[in-house]
Write a new protein. Structure first.
Lengths: 187, 296
Protein backbone atom coordinates (compact mmCIF):
# COMPACT_ATOMS: atom_id res chain seq x y z
CA UNK A 1 0.00 0.00 0.00
CA UNK A 2 2.78 2.32 0.86
CA UNK A 3 4.42 1.67 -2.50
CA UNK A 4 1.22 2.38 -4.30
CA UNK A 5 0.73 5.69 -2.52
CA UNK A 6 4.25 6.86 -3.19
CA UNK A 7 4.51 5.64 -6.77
CA UNK A 8 2.25 8.16 -8.69
CA UNK A 9 1.54 11.84 -8.64
CA UNK A 10 -2.05 11.20 -7.71
CA UNK A 11 -1.03 9.20 -4.71
CA UNK A 12 1.37 11.91 -3.74
CA UNK A 13 -1.35 14.57 -3.90
CA UNK A 14 -3.66 12.30 -1.97
CA UNK A 15 -1.03 11.91 0.64
CA UNK A 16 -0.66 15.61 0.70
CA UNK A 17 -4.37 16.02 1.16
CA UNK A 18 -4.43 13.44 3.88
CA UNK A 19 -1.56 15.19 5.53
CA UNK A 20 -3.42 18.53 5.23
CA UNK A 21 -6.61 17.02 6.58
CA UNK A 22 -4.89 15.51 9.54
CA UNK A 23 -3.17 18.73 10.45
CA UNK A 24 -4.60 20.27 13.56
CA UNK A 25 -7.06 23.09 13.12
CA UNK A 26 -5.84 26.12 15.00
CA UNK A 27 -8.03 26.95 17.89
CA UNK A 28 -8.89 30.56 18.61
CA UNK A 29 -6.85 30.33 21.69
CA UNK A 30 -3.86 29.26 19.57
CA UNK A 31 -4.10 32.42 17.52
CA UNK A 32 -1.41 34.94 18.29
CA UNK A 33 -2.46 37.41 20.85
CA UNK A 34 -3.30 40.90 19.67
CA UNK A 35 -2.24 43.81 21.73
CA UNK A 36 -4.41 46.95 22.13
CA UNK A 37 -1.90 48.99 20.13
CA UNK A 38 -2.11 46.58 17.26
CA UNK A 39 -5.86 46.75 17.43
CA UNK A 40 -5.73 50.54 17.16
CA UNK A 41 -3.32 50.32 14.22
CA UNK A 42 -5.53 47.80 12.52
CA UNK A 43 -8.51 50.02 13.11
CA UNK A 44 -6.71 52.98 11.56
CA UNK A 45 -5.62 50.90 8.60
CA UNK A 46 -9.05 49.55 8.08
CA UNK A 47 -10.46 53.07 8.32
CA UNK A 48 -8.02 54.34 5.70
CA UNK A 49 -8.71 51.33 3.49
CA UNK A 50 -12.43 51.91 3.89
CA UNK A 51 -12.06 55.48 2.71
CA UNK A 52 -10.17 54.25 -0.34
CA UNK A 53 -12.22 51.17 -1.27
CA UNK A 54 -15.38 51.21 0.78
CA UNK A 55 -17.32 48.68 -1.26
CA UNK A 56 -14.65 46.01 -1.14
CA UNK A 57 -14.18 46.38 2.53
CA UNK A 58 -17.85 46.25 3.23
CA UNK A 59 -18.21 43.18 1.08
CA UNK A 60 -15.34 41.48 2.85
CA UNK A 61 -16.87 42.36 6.15
CA UNK A 62 -20.24 40.95 5.19
CA UNK A 63 -18.73 37.89 3.67
CA UNK A 64 -16.86 37.10 6.84
CA UNK A 65 -19.89 37.93 8.85
CA UNK A 66 -22.08 35.62 6.80
CA UNK A 67 -19.61 32.78 6.93
CA UNK A 68 -18.95 33.02 10.58
CA UNK A 69 -22.42 33.84 11.77
CA UNK A 70 -25.77 32.72 10.46
CA UNK A 71 -26.20 33.70 6.81
CA UNK A 72 -29.98 34.09 6.97
CA UNK A 73 -29.85 36.77 9.63
CA UNK A 74 -28.20 39.80 8.11
CA UNK A 75 -29.21 42.08 10.95
CA UNK A 76 -27.35 40.01 13.49
CA UNK A 77 -24.16 41.99 13.43
CA UNK A 78 -25.69 45.46 13.36
CA UNK A 79 -28.77 47.58 13.32
CA UNK A 80 -31.40 47.68 10.53
CA UNK A 81 -29.83 50.82 9.02
CA UNK A 82 -26.80 48.88 7.88
CA UNK A 83 -28.78 46.78 5.31
CA UNK A 84 -31.46 49.00 3.71
CA UNK A 85 -34.73 47.23 3.02
CA UNK A 86 -35.76 47.30 -0.74
CA UNK A 87 -39.12 48.96 -1.48
CA UNK A 88 -41.89 46.74 -2.78
CA UNK A 89 -42.10 48.34 -6.18
CA UNK A 90 -38.44 47.58 -6.73
CA UNK A 91 -39.01 43.98 -5.89
CA UNK A 92 -42.13 43.63 -8.08
CA UNK A 93 -40.90 45.57 -11.13
CA UNK A 94 -38.79 42.73 -12.58
CA UNK A 95 -41.55 40.27 -11.79
CA UNK A 96 -44.11 42.44 -13.59
CA UNK A 97 -41.83 42.94 -16.55
CA UNK A 98 -41.22 39.23 -16.87
CA UNK A 99 -44.93 38.52 -16.63
CA UNK A 100 -45.71 41.14 -19.27
CA UNK A 101 -43.10 39.78 -21.63
CA UNK A 102 -44.34 36.22 -21.13
CA UNK A 103 -47.94 37.13 -21.78
CA UNK A 104 -47.06 39.26 -24.77
CA UNK A 105 -45.02 36.39 -26.16
CA UNK A 106 -47.94 34.01 -25.73
CA UNK A 107 -50.30 36.51 -27.34
CA UNK A 108 -47.95 37.15 -30.28
CA UNK A 109 -47.41 33.45 -30.79
CA UNK A 110 -51.15 32.88 -30.77
CA UNK A 111 -51.77 35.64 -33.30
CA UNK A 112 -49.00 34.39 -35.55
CA UNK A 113 -50.36 30.86 -35.42
CA UNK A 114 -53.84 32.07 -36.28
CA UNK A 115 -52.46 34.12 -39.14
CA UNK A 116 -50.64 31.09 -40.39
CA UNK A 117 -53.83 29.08 -40.28
CA UNK A 118 -55.65 31.86 -42.09
CA UNK A 119 -58.30 32.27 -39.46
CA UNK A 120 -57.31 35.68 -38.19
CA UNK A 121 -59.40 37.45 -40.76
CA UNK A 122 -62.40 35.37 -39.96
CA UNK A 123 -62.70 35.34 -36.20
CA UNK A 124 -65.86 33.27 -36.22
CA UNK A 125 -64.39 30.50 -38.30
CA UNK A 126 -62.95 27.45 -36.65
CA UNK A 127 -60.39 25.71 -38.85
CA UNK A 128 -62.01 22.33 -38.75
CA UNK A 129 -62.82 20.31 -41.87
CA UNK A 130 -66.58 20.20 -41.37
CA UNK A 131 -67.35 23.97 -41.56
CA UNK A 132 -65.02 24.32 -44.55
CA UNK A 133 -66.90 21.61 -46.35
CA UNK A 134 -70.19 23.32 -45.54
CA UNK A 135 -68.90 26.62 -46.87
CA UNK A 136 -67.62 24.98 -50.02
CA UNK A 137 -70.94 23.29 -50.58
CA UNK A 138 -72.85 26.52 -50.09
CA UNK A 139 -70.57 28.20 -52.61
CA UNK A 140 -71.22 25.40 -55.07
CA UNK A 141 -74.96 25.69 -54.51
CA UNK A 142 -74.81 29.42 -55.07
CA UNK A 143 -72.87 28.91 -58.28
CA UNK A 144 -75.40 26.33 -59.41
CA UNK A 145 -78.16 28.91 -59.01
CA UNK A 146 -76.13 31.33 -61.14
CA UNK A 147 -75.59 28.61 -63.72
CA UNK A 148 -79.32 27.93 -63.86
CA UNK A 149 -79.94 31.59 -64.58
CA UNK A 150 -77.29 31.56 -67.31
CA UNK A 151 -78.79 28.45 -68.88
CA UNK A 152 -82.28 29.91 -68.79
CA UNK A 153 -80.96 33.04 -70.49
CA UNK A 154 -79.39 30.79 -73.14
CA UNK A 155 -82.77 29.34 -74.06
CA UNK A 156 -83.03 30.01 -77.81
CA UNK A 157 -86.78 30.43 -77.57
CA UNK A 158 -86.39 33.09 -74.94
CA UNK A 159 -85.62 35.78 -77.45
CA UNK A 160 -84.78 39.36 -76.84
CA UNK A 161 -87.08 42.01 -78.21
CA UNK A 162 -88.16 40.86 -81.63
CA UNK A 163 -87.61 42.93 -84.70
CA UNK A 164 -90.11 45.81 -84.67
CA UNK A 165 -93.24 45.48 -86.83
CA UNK A 166 -92.44 48.31 -89.16
CA UNK A 167 -93.75 48.60 -92.67
CA UNK A 168 -91.14 48.65 -95.42
CA UNK A 169 -93.69 48.93 -98.21
CA UNK A 170 -94.93 52.43 -97.55
CA UNK A 171 -95.70 54.39 -100.66
CA UNK A 172 -98.06 57.12 -101.76
CA UNK A 173 -99.40 56.39 -105.21
CA UNK A 174 -100.80 58.98 -107.58
CA UNK A 175 -104.55 59.09 -106.94
CA UNK A 176 -105.35 59.97 -110.57
CA UNK A 177 -103.46 56.94 -111.84
CA UNK A 178 -105.18 54.75 -109.31
CA UNK A 179 -108.60 56.06 -110.34
CA UNK A 180 -107.81 55.36 -113.98
CA UNK A 181 -106.73 51.85 -113.16
CA UNK A 182 -109.91 51.31 -111.18
CA UNK A 183 -112.00 52.65 -114.05
CA UNK A 184 -110.21 50.36 -116.48
CA UNK A 185 -110.85 47.39 -114.24
CA UNK A 186 -114.51 48.25 -113.92
CA UNK A 187 -114.81 48.40 -117.69
CA UNK B 1 -51.23 45.73 -3.83
CA UNK B 2 -48.43 46.69 -6.18
CA UNK B 3 -48.46 43.24 -7.70
CA UNK B 4 -52.18 43.44 -8.33
CA UNK B 5 -51.78 46.83 -9.93
CA UNK B 6 -49.08 45.45 -12.18
CA UNK B 7 -51.17 42.51 -13.21
CA UNK B 8 -54.12 44.79 -13.97
CA UNK B 9 -51.91 47.01 -16.13
CA UNK B 10 -50.54 43.99 -17.95
CA UNK B 11 -53.97 42.59 -18.71
CA UNK B 12 -55.29 45.95 -19.86
CA UNK B 13 -52.30 46.28 -22.15
CA UNK B 14 -52.88 42.80 -23.56
CA UNK B 15 -56.56 43.48 -24.05
CA UNK B 16 -55.75 46.72 -25.83
CA UNK B 17 -53.28 44.96 -28.07
CA UNK B 18 -55.78 42.24 -28.90
CA UNK B 19 -58.44 44.81 -29.77
CA UNK B 20 -55.94 46.69 -31.91
CA UNK B 21 -55.04 43.52 -33.79
CA UNK B 22 -58.66 42.64 -34.36
CA UNK B 23 -59.60 46.09 -35.61
CA UNK B 24 -56.59 46.13 -37.88
CA UNK B 25 -57.62 42.81 -39.37
CA UNK B 26 -61.20 43.89 -40.12
CA UNK B 27 -60.50 45.55 -43.51
CA UNK B 28 -58.57 42.48 -44.61
CA UNK B 29 -61.59 40.37 -43.76
CA UNK B 30 -63.78 42.53 -45.93
CA UNK B 31 -61.26 42.31 -48.73
CA UNK B 32 -61.19 38.54 -48.47
CA UNK B 33 -64.95 38.42 -48.71
CA UNK B 34 -64.79 40.47 -51.86
CA UNK B 35 -62.11 38.24 -53.30
CA UNK B 36 -64.12 35.13 -52.49
CA UNK B 37 -67.14 36.63 -54.25
CA UNK B 38 -65.04 37.45 -57.31
CA UNK B 39 -63.62 33.99 -57.42
CA UNK B 40 -67.11 32.54 -57.23
CA UNK B 41 -67.85 33.38 -60.85
CA UNK B 42 -64.57 33.08 -62.66
CA UNK B 43 -66.01 31.51 -65.76
CA UNK B 44 -67.72 34.68 -66.76
CA UNK B 45 -64.58 36.68 -66.17
CA UNK B 46 -62.62 34.48 -68.53
CA UNK B 47 -64.27 36.16 -71.47
CA UNK B 48 -62.32 39.29 -72.26
CA UNK B 49 -64.17 42.43 -71.40
CA UNK B 50 -65.11 44.92 -74.05
CA UNK B 51 -63.62 48.36 -74.13
CA UNK B 52 -67.16 49.73 -73.93
CA UNK B 53 -68.40 49.87 -70.35
CA UNK B 54 -71.28 47.59 -69.51
CA UNK B 55 -74.75 49.06 -69.63
CA UNK B 56 -76.53 49.41 -66.33
CA UNK B 57 -79.95 47.80 -65.83
CA UNK B 58 -81.52 51.25 -65.70
CA UNK B 59 -80.01 52.09 -69.08
CA UNK B 60 -81.40 48.90 -70.57
CA UNK B 61 -84.77 49.57 -68.99
CA UNK B 62 -84.78 53.09 -70.41
CA UNK B 63 -83.88 51.77 -73.86
CA UNK B 64 -86.64 49.16 -73.64
CA UNK B 65 -89.17 51.77 -72.61
CA UNK B 66 -88.05 54.03 -75.42
CA UNK B 67 -88.45 51.18 -77.87
CA UNK B 68 -91.99 50.33 -76.73
CA UNK B 69 -93.02 53.98 -76.78
CA UNK B 70 -91.59 54.35 -80.27
CA UNK B 71 -93.46 51.26 -81.48
CA UNK B 72 -96.68 52.61 -80.01
CA UNK B 73 -96.15 55.99 -81.67
CA UNK B 74 -95.30 54.33 -84.96
CA UNK B 75 -98.50 52.26 -84.93
CA UNK B 76 -100.54 55.39 -84.30
CA UNK B 77 -98.79 57.32 -87.06
CA UNK B 78 -99.05 54.47 -89.51
CA UNK B 79 -102.81 54.27 -88.88
CA UNK B 80 -103.18 58.01 -89.37
CA UNK B 81 -101.14 57.87 -92.54
CA UNK B 82 -103.25 55.01 -93.84
CA UNK B 83 -106.44 56.99 -93.27
CA UNK B 84 -105.03 60.10 -94.91
CA UNK B 85 -103.74 58.09 -97.88
CA UNK B 86 -107.07 56.35 -98.40
CA UNK B 87 -108.85 59.68 -98.21
CA UNK B 88 -106.51 61.10 -100.83
CA UNK B 89 -107.09 58.06 -103.06
CA UNK B 90 -110.85 58.58 -102.78
CA UNK B 91 -111.06 62.37 -102.99
CA UNK B 92 -107.95 63.11 -105.01
CA UNK B 93 -107.91 66.69 -103.77
CA UNK B 94 -104.92 68.89 -103.02
CA UNK B 95 -105.95 69.16 -99.38
CA UNK B 96 -106.12 65.39 -99.09
CA UNK B 97 -102.75 65.10 -100.81
CA UNK B 98 -101.20 67.61 -98.43
CA UNK B 99 -102.62 65.79 -95.47
CA UNK B 100 -101.33 62.46 -96.79
CA UNK B 101 -97.86 63.94 -97.32
CA UNK B 102 -97.90 65.46 -93.83
CA UNK B 103 -98.87 62.14 -92.31
CA UNK B 104 -96.29 60.46 -94.52
CA UNK B 105 -93.56 62.64 -93.02
CA UNK B 106 -94.72 61.71 -89.52
CA UNK B 107 -94.71 58.02 -90.28
CA UNK B 108 -91.23 58.33 -91.76
CA UNK B 109 -90.02 59.95 -88.56
CA UNK B 110 -91.77 57.38 -86.40
CA UNK B 111 -90.35 54.45 -88.37
CA UNK B 112 -86.82 55.79 -88.11
CA UNK B 113 -87.30 56.31 -84.39
CA UNK B 114 -88.52 52.73 -83.88
CA UNK B 115 -85.51 51.30 -85.68
CA UNK B 116 -83.15 53.67 -83.90
CA UNK B 117 -84.58 52.73 -80.51
CA UNK B 118 -84.38 49.04 -81.37
CA UNK B 119 -80.75 49.29 -82.43
CA UNK B 120 -79.92 51.21 -79.25
CA UNK B 121 -81.49 48.43 -77.24
CA UNK B 122 -79.59 45.78 -79.20
CA UNK B 123 -76.30 47.59 -78.70
CA UNK B 124 -76.79 47.71 -74.94
CA UNK B 125 -77.70 44.03 -74.79
CA UNK B 126 -74.72 43.20 -76.98
CA UNK B 127 -72.41 45.16 -74.69
CA UNK B 128 -73.67 43.29 -71.67
CA UNK B 129 -73.49 39.84 -73.23
CA UNK B 130 -70.33 37.96 -72.34
CA UNK B 131 -68.99 34.92 -74.15
CA UNK B 132 -68.80 36.70 -77.51
CA UNK B 133 -65.62 36.99 -79.48
CA UNK B 134 -64.45 40.59 -79.29
CA UNK B 135 -64.04 40.95 -83.04
CA UNK B 136 -67.55 39.70 -83.72
CA UNK B 137 -68.94 41.92 -81.01
CA UNK B 138 -67.15 45.01 -82.28
CA UNK B 139 -68.23 44.33 -85.88
CA UNK B 140 -71.88 43.90 -84.89
CA UNK B 141 -71.79 47.03 -82.75
CA UNK B 142 -70.24 49.05 -85.54
CA UNK B 143 -72.90 47.86 -87.93
CA UNK B 144 -75.69 48.87 -85.56
CA UNK B 145 -74.08 52.22 -84.95
CA UNK B 146 -73.73 52.82 -88.68
CA UNK B 147 -77.43 52.15 -89.09
CA UNK B 148 -78.29 54.57 -86.35
CA UNK B 149 -76.23 57.26 -88.03
CA UNK B 150 -77.93 56.54 -91.34
CA UNK B 151 -81.38 56.70 -89.76
CA UNK B 152 -80.57 60.03 -88.14
CA UNK B 153 -79.56 61.28 -91.58
CA UNK B 154 -82.91 60.15 -92.96
CA UNK B 155 -84.76 61.97 -90.20
CA UNK B 156 -82.84 65.16 -90.96
CA UNK B 157 -84.06 65.00 -94.57
CA UNK B 158 -87.75 64.63 -93.65
CA UNK B 159 -88.53 68.38 -93.32
CA UNK B 160 -87.48 68.84 -96.95
CA UNK B 161 -90.17 66.42 -98.14
CA UNK B 162 -92.90 68.56 -99.62
CA UNK B 163 -94.54 66.58 -102.43
CA UNK B 164 -95.59 63.05 -103.24
CA UNK B 165 -92.47 62.18 -105.25
CA UNK B 166 -90.13 63.33 -102.52
CA UNK B 167 -92.17 61.38 -100.00
CA UNK B 168 -91.92 58.24 -102.07
CA UNK B 169 -88.19 58.76 -102.48
CA UNK B 170 -87.86 59.06 -98.71
CA UNK B 171 -89.98 55.94 -98.20
CA UNK B 172 -87.94 54.04 -100.76
CA UNK B 173 -84.62 54.80 -99.07
CA UNK B 174 -85.50 52.58 -96.18
CA UNK B 175 -87.79 50.26 -98.08
CA UNK B 176 -84.94 49.27 -100.38
CA UNK B 177 -82.67 48.58 -97.44
CA UNK B 178 -85.15 46.59 -95.44
CA UNK B 179 -83.28 43.35 -96.11
CA UNK B 180 -80.02 44.79 -94.82
CA UNK B 181 -81.70 46.33 -91.81
CA UNK B 182 -83.32 43.03 -90.90
CA UNK B 183 -80.09 41.14 -91.52
CA UNK B 184 -78.26 43.43 -89.10
CA UNK B 185 -80.92 42.99 -86.45
CA UNK B 186 -81.28 39.21 -86.76
CA UNK B 187 -77.53 38.75 -87.00
CA UNK B 188 -77.12 40.65 -83.73
CA UNK B 189 -79.84 38.54 -82.11
CA UNK B 190 -78.03 35.38 -83.21
CA UNK B 191 -74.70 36.65 -81.89
CA UNK B 192 -76.25 37.59 -78.55
CA UNK B 193 -77.77 34.14 -78.20
CA UNK B 194 -74.48 32.45 -79.08
CA UNK B 195 -72.78 34.56 -76.40
CA UNK B 196 -75.39 33.57 -73.83
CA UNK B 197 -74.97 29.89 -74.65
CA UNK B 198 -71.19 30.22 -74.46
CA UNK B 199 -71.43 32.02 -71.12
CA UNK B 200 -73.61 29.27 -69.70
CA UNK B 201 -71.21 26.62 -71.02
CA UNK B 202 -68.22 28.42 -69.45
CA UNK B 203 -69.99 28.76 -66.11
CA UNK B 204 -70.95 25.09 -66.26
CA UNK B 205 -67.37 24.04 -66.97
CA UNK B 206 -66.03 26.03 -64.02
CA UNK B 207 -68.68 24.63 -61.73
CA UNK B 208 -67.96 21.12 -62.96
CA UNK B 209 -64.27 21.56 -62.10
CA UNK B 210 -65.11 22.88 -58.65
CA UNK B 211 -67.54 20.07 -58.03
CA UNK B 212 -64.84 17.58 -59.07
CA UNK B 213 -62.52 19.12 -56.49
CA UNK B 214 -65.25 19.00 -53.88
CA UNK B 215 -65.88 15.32 -54.57
CA UNK B 216 -62.16 14.60 -54.29
CA UNK B 217 -61.91 16.43 -50.99
CA UNK B 218 -65.15 15.11 -49.55
CA UNK B 219 -64.49 12.96 -46.51
CA UNK B 220 -68.07 11.97 -45.86
CA UNK B 221 -68.64 10.22 -49.19
CA UNK B 222 -68.47 6.46 -49.44
CA UNK B 223 -66.46 4.81 -52.18
CA UNK B 224 -69.65 4.01 -54.08
CA UNK B 225 -70.85 7.59 -53.85
CA UNK B 226 -67.50 8.87 -55.08
CA UNK B 227 -67.68 6.46 -58.01
CA UNK B 228 -71.21 7.56 -58.93
CA UNK B 229 -70.27 11.24 -58.63
CA UNK B 230 -67.15 10.74 -60.72
CA UNK B 231 -69.16 8.97 -63.38
CA UNK B 232 -71.67 11.84 -63.35
CA UNK B 233 -68.89 14.39 -63.67
CA UNK B 234 -67.45 12.50 -66.63
CA UNK B 235 -70.86 12.53 -68.23
CA UNK B 236 -71.05 16.28 -67.62
CA UNK B 237 -67.72 16.67 -69.41
CA UNK B 238 -69.15 14.89 -72.44
CA UNK B 239 -72.31 16.99 -72.37
CA UNK B 240 -70.30 20.18 -72.19
CA UNK B 241 -68.06 19.02 -75.00
CA UNK B 242 -71.06 18.36 -77.22
CA UNK B 243 -72.64 21.69 -76.29
CA UNK B 244 -69.40 23.52 -77.07
CA UNK B 245 -69.03 21.73 -80.39
CA UNK B 246 -72.55 22.67 -81.37
CA UNK B 247 -72.00 26.28 -80.28
CA UNK B 248 -68.85 26.39 -82.35
CA UNK B 249 -70.82 25.20 -85.37
CA UNK B 250 -73.42 27.89 -84.70
CA UNK B 251 -70.69 30.49 -84.54
CA UNK B 252 -69.20 29.31 -87.80
CA UNK B 253 -72.61 29.52 -89.46
CA UNK B 254 -73.08 32.99 -88.04
CA UNK B 255 -69.78 34.20 -89.49
CA UNK B 256 -70.59 32.71 -92.85
CA UNK B 257 -74.00 34.34 -92.94
CA UNK B 258 -72.55 37.59 -91.71
CA UNK B 259 -70.23 37.65 -94.69
CA UNK B 260 -73.20 37.14 -97.02
CA UNK B 261 -75.37 39.54 -95.02
CA UNK B 262 -78.49 37.45 -95.37
CA UNK B 263 -79.84 36.96 -91.89
CA UNK B 264 -83.57 36.71 -92.11
CA UNK B 265 -86.41 35.97 -89.78
CA UNK B 266 -86.70 32.42 -91.11
CA UNK B 267 -82.92 32.04 -90.76
CA UNK B 268 -83.24 33.11 -87.15
CA UNK B 269 -85.89 30.45 -86.57
CA UNK B 270 -83.54 27.91 -88.05
CA UNK B 271 -80.78 29.07 -85.72
CA UNK B 272 -83.12 28.73 -82.76
CA UNK B 273 -83.82 25.10 -83.53
CA UNK B 274 -80.11 24.37 -84.00
CA UNK B 275 -79.20 26.11 -80.74
CA UNK B 276 -81.80 24.07 -78.91
CA UNK B 277 -79.33 21.17 -78.81
CA UNK B 278 -76.72 23.14 -76.84
CA UNK B 279 -79.40 24.46 -74.55
CA UNK B 280 -80.75 20.99 -73.74
CA UNK B 281 -77.24 19.68 -73.10
CA UNK B 282 -76.66 22.54 -70.66
CA UNK B 283 -79.98 21.85 -68.95
CA UNK B 284 -78.84 18.26 -68.48
CA UNK B 285 -75.56 19.49 -67.01
CA UNK B 286 -77.47 21.54 -64.44
CA UNK B 287 -79.57 18.52 -63.47
CA UNK B 288 -76.49 16.30 -63.06
CA UNK B 289 -74.64 18.91 -61.02
CA UNK B 290 -77.64 19.30 -58.74
CA UNK B 291 -77.74 15.56 -58.17
CA UNK B 292 -74.04 15.40 -57.38
CA UNK B 293 -74.27 18.33 -54.99
CA UNK B 294 -76.99 16.51 -53.07
CA UNK B 295 -74.54 13.75 -52.23
CA UNK B 296 -71.90 16.16 -50.89
Amino acid sequence: MTTLFTSGARDTSLNALLAKDTSPVPEPKDMPAVTPEQELEDADESASDKSEKPAEVQQTFFAEDVIIDQPKMPRLSGSSDEIPQQPKWKRYTPLGAVLTLALLSVLTAGILLRQKNGTLNNPGAVPTPAPQATTELSVLQRELVLLEKDVEAADPLQAKLAFPPVNFELILEDATVLQLQNNNRQR
Amino acid sequence: MRLRTWLAVVFIAIFGLAVAFQSRSTPAFAQLDTLEFDVATPGIEETPATSVPNATPSEIEAATNRYFAAVEAYRLEENRYGLARDQYYQLNTLAALDEAIRRGREVLRARAEVLNAYFSYLRLILQNTKGIDLTDKAAADEELQAWQTKLEGYVEEIPQVSDRVQLNTAFAKLNDESRTVKSTAYGTLVLIKIGEIQTAADTARILQERTTEAVKNATTLSAAQVEISTRGLNEISLLLQRANNNTFTLLEDYREQKTRGDFTESGYRNFQSNAEFSYLELRQVVDYLREIQKTL
